[in-house]
Design a protein around this ligand. Structure first.
Ligand SMILES: [Zn+2]
Length: 62
């Protein structure tokens, strides 16, 4: 089957990619401690993910 070489021009692809990188940095605000955390990762500050405590963070030690 004949395939089109590309759907978009190179310029459009690179523009699209750079925008995607900007818009999805993987950083969200933690609903527990409102610090910036990595999306879909356990929050490093409070150890919460999806409203559940996944990792016990020792707040007394620091
Ligand atoms: Zn947190």
């Amino acid at each position: 089957m004949a395939n089109p070489k590309r759907k978009w021009s190179k310029a459009r692809t690179s523009r699209h990619r750079s925008l995607w990188k900007l818009s999805v940095p993987g950083l969200v605000e933690c609903p527990q401690c409102h610090m910036k955390m990595l999306r879909h990762k356990v929050c490093k500050t409070c150890g919460y993910l999806d409203g559940k405590e996944i990792v016990k963070i020792d707040v007394t030690a620091s």
